[in-house]
Write a protein that binds this ligand. Sequence first.
Ligand code: AHR
Length: 496
Amino acid sequence: VSAQNTIKLDATDPKITINKNIYGHFAEHLGRCIYDGFYVGEDNKAIPNTNGVRNDIIEALKKLNIPNLRWPGGCFADTYHWKDGIGPKKDRPTIVNTWWGGVTENNSFGTHDFLNMCELLGAEPYLAGNMATGTVQELADWVQYVNHGGESPMSKLRKENGREKPWNVRYWGVGNEAWGCGGNMTAEYYANEYRKYATFMSSWTNTNGIFRIASGANVADYHWTETLMKNIPKGLLEGVALHSYSFVEWNKKGSATSFTEAQYFKTLQTAWKMEELVTKHSAIMDKYDPQKKIALVVDEWGGWYDVEDGTNPGFLYQQNTMRDAMIAGLTLNVFNNHAERVRMANLAQAVNVLQSVILTKGDQMILTPTYHVMEMYKVHQDAKLIPLTISTADYVFGDEKLPAVTASASLAKDGKTHLSLTNIDPSKAQEISIQLDGKKFKNVSGRVLTSKKLQDYNSFEKPNIIQPALFKDASLKGDQLKVKLPPFSVVVLELL
Ligand code: AHR
């Protein structure tokens, strides 16, 4: 047991809102995320569905209060032509998914299918526009098609396809990973292209406003962020993206379920890098936008390992262990604490791809440890961030170390205060002394997510190995809270 952990909360006057969109998800046409994931087809009699979308997935995501969903990619977005996915399904052309497995898709899941699904989920859609193989006209038409309430060629087409009212989509990506799969552009070239595309996206009536997100930096490419902030006029830009994944080694990822402590440590090291990344990208943004009008949008994050044995390597299907719960707990604490600038994030990806919250097999569906972390942390959505200072023991491996404990706290609209804590140390429990300033509390309760082994996961045979349990190791005396976190655990406390 380590006893060097102290946290000081100051709940006097929390001001900054933790945007619920930090808890967003991502659904790409990749492997079994859309087809044989979310979407099983309207004619499917074996799996209960609404307009072809699995009811069990809808229910599970609603329980997360899923705030937004990004679609259709990822790399796929810059190959996608939205007009191929509207109109009678039997007449839609096919598309070969060149980035992911080279499979031929029949475009039966298109714009209407996605936007109607978002309505079922109660989630805001985030459409990723094609700027690499599409045209300015094509993207402007897409905005017009989904958002224009008046009479126009695209709103007429939408109505002919059965949708009278516009969906009023607010969030739009302009290309994806423009430095890589989205066209291998330089930052300077992309910034110019962005200006052109963004100009023609705002002309359509939209009661919701338009929020354009520029394709952002790859991990620590600070030059990218600097160039976008410098070269794109303020009125054309609402968000700048950032992508960063967690892994052992990019070229030697290793199994999702069978890993050594050395591999675990390396994965968590890349996850913890997020703190430095958002700090440094934010500092660059502060130079050009001191009022923090433009959001940092981490629209791809999560753990990335080798695919499960026997599955298509292009489908990125992986299991999800307590290692992933640690990545999620830690990363969401980082985002919460940077809520002033980080106002949206999208875990990659929601179903059957990378660090999923949901896995499916036939008519079965399981919830991963990451799902449970997202569910426990949902109390922070749109709550006021309570600033904290933390001094934590190290998780030492060999001659390297990471902070063992991360934390974030918030005040919800209903007056409840929540504190989320993650202990990534795989063998040591952490005792934490917490000083609660600015508010008096009478009662503490909470839930914990942990397991017997770090490598444990929920399988289709044993779907509930890992699930939240009542947490009893917290005691409150006046303004002092004492907590003991088990090794590799996530705890969320409620203070009243
Ligand atoms: O999430 C998988 C892929 O990772 C996305 O398509 C791409 O944007 C990123 O490289």
